[in-house]
Design a protein around this ligand. Structure first.
Ligand code: F6P
Length: 424
């Protein structure tokens, strides 16, 4: 059998609770398939351009490290939000990347990321084909936003949805505790940018021991401030404790994000995405000003994508599976493709991996279909909940040390051949 070359893997975009499980899946499968070295890009393609990479065998020593990696949130290797220029715009940058790949004897380049990150795979594989390079380029899906096309769902979504379901239940319990002779309205703000998958997951809280949120607003449908206030006033007549879930990305009919109406910091990233946040506090202040009712804004923010203590077992296992599937696909000759998850059945839940041309996925956004929201677009349907439910099942117990979860952390001393400070 011909000797296999090396693999390089990078992590890109917003981190998740399970992105490192995909990294573990890549590493394990690459080793099992007899690839020689597995390199990790430090801070994705942006770090690679500065020749920042690490031989992963200096970081992962045994099965315990694999297990720790699967339970470690955020991006072990560091992530980036970096947009490569169009291939005709800057030849030099591509030449530099391919020079580095040649120097490291890379056969397979794997990028774990969302729709913006798949743009990197698309451009590198197009460039490679155009200029006769032989490396294979494969994408591994990742994003809490669940907005990648052609895959049933994305690794990272299930764990964030689970955390959001739990947090919503706990917030509702808290508000009920004080609901005696006083009213309180709590607005919960959930990430997801222009897709409402995560915000809809607050409906998971509706269980036999919990009413669930009173209203849920997704960004797919224009948000009407007057109608919203009418709903709030009607609820105030009926209840003392009201909990509303809003997506960070809800927009008015004129296209302005609600978060822009408050204290917008104006930040826009290289992909043209606005920094979101502040929707809940804007609405909470508005309600307070108009009704005098006590309000509270709860922004789950980074907690929802980093809560590995609440990660779903299904999600961790699938993240590992898609990492391994990318190595297998490359080993079998695929390039310019992204691994997807196909749902085989709901009950019992079963899924398998598939693979699609990355051109059909890069830069596309998969949104919640209108028929998975109610008529007024202020709640999600049972079908929506049935879709999410299997993805939040099970857990992996964190490895607790001194009352806190243990994580695997990049050891740059070991990477550079110096004596590790961590492993004495
Ligand atoms: O893309 C994932 C995501 O978590 C979005 O839901 C959110 O809008 C964005 O990242 C926030 O990114 P950052 O932490 O870079 O502001």
């Amino acid at each position: 059998m011909a000797k296999k070359g090396n693999i390089i893997v990078g992590q890109s975009g917003g981190p998740t609770a399970v992105i490192n499980s995909s990294l573990a899946g890549v590493y394990r499968n690459a080793k099992e398939r007899g690839f020689d070295k597995v390199y990790g890009m430090i801070h994705g393609i942006q770090g690679l351009l500065d020749e920042q990479y690490v031989d992963l065998s200096t970081q992962i020593h045994n099965e315990l490290d694999i297990e720790l990696l699967k339970r470690t949130p955020s991006a072990f290797l560091g992530s980036c939000r970096y947009k490569l220029p169009e291939i005709h715009e800057d030849h030099a940058i591509y030449e530099k990347i391919f020079e580095i790949l040649k120097k490291l004897e890379i056969e397979v380049f794997i990028y774990i990321g969302g729709n913006d990150s798949m743009d990197t795979i698309k451009k590198l594989s197009d460039y490679g084909i155009l200029y006769g390079h032989t490396q294979k380029f494969l994408g591994v899906p990742k994003t809490i936003d669940n907005d990648l096309a052609l895959t049933d769902h994305t690794p990272g979504f299930g764990s964030a949805a689970k955390y959001i379901g739990v947090a919503t239940k706990e917030v509702i319990r808290d508000t009920y505790g004080l609901a005696y002779k006083r009213k309180q309205i709590t607005i919960m703000e959930i990430m997801g940018r222009n897709a409402g998958w995560l915000t809809g997951a607050t409906a998971l809280a509706k269980t036999e021991d919990c009413e669930g949120p009173d209203l849920i607003y997704l960004p797919e449908v224009p948000f009407d401030l007057d109608k919203f206030m009418e709903k709030i006033n009607a609820l105030l007549k009926k209840k003392d404790s009201i909990v509303v879930a809003v997506s960070e990305g809800i927009k008015l009919a004129d296209g302005r994000y609600v978060c822009e109406l408050g204290s917008d910091n104006g930040y826009v990233d290289v992909f043209g995405h606005k920094q979101m946040g502040g929707t809940a506090s804007y609405l909470a202040n508005l309600i307070n000003a108009k009704t005098g009712t006590k309000t509270r804004a709860v922004e789950l923010s980074t907690l929802q994508r980093s809560a590995s203590h609440m990660a779903s077992r299904v999600d961790i296992d699938e993240a590992f599976m898609v990492g391994g599937a990318a190595v297998k696909a490359a080993d079998e000759g695929d390039t310019g493709k992204m691994v997807v998850i196909d749902r085989v059945s709901d009950d019992p839940y079963m899924a398998k991996t598939g693979i699609y041309d990355v051109h059909r996925i890069a830069n596309e956004e998969k949104l919640v279909p209108r028929n998975w929201m109610n008529k007024e677009a202020d709640y999600v349907t049972e079908e929506f909940v049935d879709y999410v439910q299997p993805l939040i099942q099970g857990d992996y117990q964190p490895m607790m040390v001194n009352g806190l979860p243990r994580h695997l952390v990049l050891d740059l001393d070991a990477a550079s051949g110096k004596k590790s400070r961590k492993r004495k």
